[in-house]
Structure formats: C-alpha cells, structure tokens
Design a protein around this ligand. Sequence first.
Ligand code: C2E
Ligand code: MG
Ligand code: MG
Ligand code: MG
Length: 279
Amino acid sequence: QAKARGRCRAVLFESAMADVASHRLKLEQGLRVALEQQAFRLAWQPVVDLRSGRLVGAEVLLRWTHPELGEVPPARFIPVAEDTGLIVPIGAWVLDQAVAQAAAWRAQGLAELRVAVNVSVRQFDQDDMPARVARILERHRFPAALLELELTESLIAQEVSTELALRRLRELGVRLALDDFGTGFSSLAQLTALPMDRLKIDRSFIQGQAQQGSSQAVVRSIVALASGLNLDITAEGVETLDQQQWLLSLADMQAQGYLFHKPMAPEALAHLLQEGTDG
Ligand code: C2E
Ligand code: MG
Ligand code: MG
Ligand code: MG
C-alpha cells in the first residue's frame, strides 16, 4: 500500500517535472521565434520627480505575447532567456529600439527624456559590450548622458572584466543604476567599489513601509547610504499617497509607480510628452 502510494507520488512528481521542462522548452522556442519575427514590444514607464510628479525619464520594460500562452511576464521569460543566452540578442534589440524611439522623440522636440534600460549580467559576457552601446548611441545620435543602464546586485559577484566594462560605459557618459536595491547581499565595501550613479529602492520595501518597521529601516538606510555616496535615488512601486508622503519626509527623490503612471505603449508616452510641451 505505502509502496504503491510512494510510486504514485514519484510518477506524479516525474510528470510534474516533465511539465516544467516542456513548458520551459516551449518558452525557449517561442523566444527564438519572437526574436526572428521581431514580436517583442516595449512598454514605457514614466519616472517622475516624487514631489511634483513631473516627468523626468522613463524605463523600458520588455513585453511578449506568446501565440498560445498569451502575455508572458518578464519574470517568467527573462530567466529562460538568461539561461539559454538568448538574452544577449534580445537585450541588444531592446537597447536599440529604446534608443531609436527616444532619439525620435528628441528629434521631434518632445523631450530631453532620460531612458532607462534593464541589462542582464549575461550581456557582459561579451567583452565588447561598451563598444556595442557606443555604436547604438552613435547610430541614433543620442547623447550618452540620457541613457541609464539598470543592473542588479548579482553583478557584484562577477569578474573584474565586468567592472572594467562598467567603467568604460561610464567613461562614455552612460549612467549606471543598481536596480532592486536592498534585495541582494552586497556589502557596503563592494558597493563603493562599483561605479554607480543611482540606487533604485526595491518596491518590496516601499510597499512594506506601512506594515513593517523593518522595511522603513531599510529604506532609511538606503537613503542615508545614497546621500553619503552621492548617488541619486529612485523609489520603485509607489502606489499610494501615504507612501509618497512618507518618502518625501526622508528626502527628495525620483519615483516610479502606479500612483503616477503604469507602464504604457510608446504612443501613450508620446501623448504625455506632448501635453508637457503644450502646457
Ligand atoms: P524592474 O526593472 O525592477 O522593473 C519594475 C517592475 O515593477 C516592472 O515589472 C513594472 O511593471 C513593475 N511596477 C512598476 N510600478 C509598479 C507599482 O506601482 N506596483 C507594482 N506592483 N509593480 C510596479 P515588469 O515589467 O513585469 O518587469 C519585471 C522585471 O523584469 C523587471 O524589474 C526587470 O528586472 C525585468 N525586465 C523587464 N524588461 C527587461 C529587459 O528588457 N531586459 C532585462 N534584462 N530585464 C527586463
Ligand atoms: Mg529596472
Ligand atoms: Mg526594480
Ligand atoms: Mg525587479
């Protein structure tokens, strides 16, 4: 009896594993096709000045609709893209599209918008990463100072070559931000060794602020750290007026979140920018 039950469980487990594997394979194949057919889109989320709500930039977020599975969130497909190396060509596409779009808006006189692009550590496996970025900026005649690359703390565990690449990017004038800050395990010493311009406070701490004293303490320390290291701050995931008020009591900073704007299609952002220039 027990044995039979055990076997039954094992079979269930195996078939669950097979499901996971075949799902991953489906995603991987889908990503290859999407790359070939240029089936990705970019959503743009405005970054605002926390106090005034004035638009200061935008982060581009990759969007993908699978023909059978429908809309697949980046949290599901980015890890697959990273494991398979597909993130390298996908990331190159994102960067080129984002800069092309921002350059077009700039040429139309819409805005001097800072564009933030998420970059995976895997993209640094190529040693000519800074040169690739430089070529994209040149091709679209876009100022390096208006491009910000968002990296995660996993970067810190990387080789010296990655740190060199970061320095070269910064020499180009590109800005660097540490995304989801506070969720990784970097030490302060490691942080000061990295060439960074901005810390983005992970939204879990912003949203935990009302309930948990520990989240408040984390946010306070990040704000103090940023001020000591002369780094800019962006608060992620600001959803309520309460959160906005509380953050403003700590420091002036920039913010992203549903309180201000959700990620939107490029046409919608162009519309917002248009209103801004009219007003
Ligand atoms: P991220 O870079 O930290 O991006 C912010 C995420 O928070 C986005 O989720 C955004 O839609 C969401 N968000 C913004 N404001 C709010 C809010 O007020 N409330 C809530 N609940 N969420 C908010 P999204 O678009 O699902 O992206 C998830 C992650 O996927 C990104 O986190 C980033 O790490 C990764 N990702 C997205 N696009 C790319 C890309 O082109 N390349 C790479 N390497 N990673 C990407
Ligand atoms: Mg980001
Ligand atoms: Mg983030
Ligand atoms: Mg994130």
